[in-house]
Design a protein around this ligand. Structure first.
Ligand code: HEM
Length: 424
């Protein structure tokens, strides 16, 4: 069963319904020549996610080692091993992950509301006078990156390259060059924070007792950006989609819409790649050492009984479960609820600009992601000053150059423009 292509993107639930007939697990193809076992049952998923006999270290992946999986397959960049907590097991995982969880836990929720509010106000001001927008390109895609830049204490010139690098990687625009730009920028951020630590996640991560090396810092920060920006964009997008495709007033409270989205349409649809350490029996069938076993969070969630609108998302598998469950649920929820609330508050008459069945979804087995979310509303010019700048932004310089030895003026970058707007 292929988990790629336009038919899967158009109606993944039909695929999950079919796959459930195989029992708790089913054979799937993630891309041409890339086979995996997909867990579609909620209880079997929890069992896998909590069993240390299933490893995250992708160097165990037999298909890639044997050459059976083409190295240039589109799914390899996401699944292949990198030295960060996502691919670590046991005590090494605990060390790397503790540094992440402790640093993320230091984010003050008032500051997060303020940063998200600023980014949201700025982005809305860019399109509010137009009376129409694509909420994916104009809002959901950009907002998480602005928030991350601020949380990580990125000065203007580095932040511009983080933004353009990561956007290019996700959009597949010259992915290799974009990855180079991102790594260059994150590397510079690490050097900057070693020299001048600040009150930000990057500096807290560096100062953590785990004692991360510069190399580890680079990989951890890149993971936070990579693992955070795309799911966050899609959680905002899928929640807005949910609200705009339900009757007005169906959701009095944005949080309920986010909860339903996490259950019914989770942004990370299929992931949690694991590799059995040895041949074993799991969920009633034999799995072999090094075979790729993945969890369908989307199928597991929708396979169990739950009333729509029921509060609480703690049992939802949208954030995964077990030792590798998302360490950033709290800030991610906070950013999403604030971003959606602000948008609906500013543009109360917002509605879809096309019929709901004309919306299309990005292909690929891992994410559930809209291509675009075109909307219209009464054009308004959002006036007024941006909220008071937060301290680290006051010191950021809008002028900047220098990329990997080459001099390049990047003062017109998106992050610089945002910082200039804040200073108005
Ligand atoms: C602030 C934004 C976010 C950050 C910084 C972040 C960061 C991370 C990190 C570092 C991991 C790896 C944890 C480990 O291996 O121990 C992870 C895993 C995960 N995150 Fe997040 N995340 C964010 C937002 C989200 C959102 C919005 C979702 C979807 C609702 C999500 C779903 C997941 C899932 C399903 C996993 C497990 C992936 C796997 O095992 O393959 N995350 N996240």
């Amino acid at each position: 069963m292929p988990l790629y292509g336009p038919d899967f993107a158009a109606d993944p639930q039909a695929y999950y319904d079919y796959l459930r007939h195989h029992g708790p697990t089913a054979p799937v193809e993630l891309a041409p020549g890339v086979e995996a076992t997909l867990v579609t049952d909620y209880t079997a998923a929890l069992q896998l996610l909590r069993d240390p006999g299933f490893r995250k270290d992708a160097r165990l992946w037999r298909g890639l080692r044997s050459g059976e999986v083409p190295e240039d397959s589109p799914v390899v960049p996401l699944l292949a091993y990198r030295p960060n907590c996502m691919f670590a097991d046991g005590t090494e995982h605990q060390r790397l992950r503790q540094a992440v969880t402790d640093s993320m836990a230091r984010i003050d929720s008032r500051r997060l509301t303020q940063i998200t509010g600023q980014a949201s106000a700025y982005l809305i001001a860019q399109f509010s006078a137009r009376g129409s927008a694509d909420l994916m390109a104009d809002y959901a895609r950009q907002l998480p990156l602005f928030v991350f830049n601020e949380l990580f204490g990125c000065p203007a010139e580095i932040g511009d390259r983080v933004l353009s690098g990561i956007s290019g990687m996700f959009d597949g625009i010259d992915a290799a060059e974009s990855a180079r730009v991102l790594h260059g920028a994150v590397g510079e951020l690490v050097a900057l924070k070693r020299e001048r630590p600040g009150d930000d996640v990057a500096s807290w991560l560096m100062a953590h007792e785990a004692g991360l090396s510069d190399e580890e810092m680079l990989h951890q920060l890149s993971l936070l950006l990579g693992a955070g920006a795309d799911p966050l964009r899609n959680l905002i997008g899928n929640t807005l989609h949910r609200i705009l495709t339900h009757a007005p007033g169906a959701y009095q409270d944005v949080r309920h819409a986010v909860d339903d989205t996490l259950w019914q349409n989770p942004p990370v649809a299929n992931l949690a790649a694991h590799y059995p350490a040895d041949d074993r029996t799991y969920a009633g069938r034999r799995v072999e050492a090094g075979e790729l076993v993945m969890v369908s969070f989307a199928a597991a969630n929708t396979g169990i009984e739950r009333a729509e609108g029921q509060t609480g998302n703690r049992a939802s598998l949208a954030w995964s479960a077990g030792p590798h469950a998302c360490p950033s649920q709290r800030p991610a929820m906070h950013i999403t609820v604030t971003a959606v609330d602000n948008l609906l508050g500013q543009l109360p008459d917002i509605e879809l600009a096309v019929a709901a069945d004309r919306l299309t979804w990005r292909p690929g087995p891992f994410h559930r992601a809209l291509d675009a979310l075109p909307v219209r509303f009464r054009a308004t010019r959002v006036v007024g000053q941006p909220p008071t700048p937060i301290p680290s932004q006051r010191t950021a310089s809008p002028k900047a150059e220098h990329v990997d030895g080459a001099r390049r003026t990047v003062s017109s970058g998106k992050w610089s423009q945002f910082l200039s707007w804040l200073r108005k």
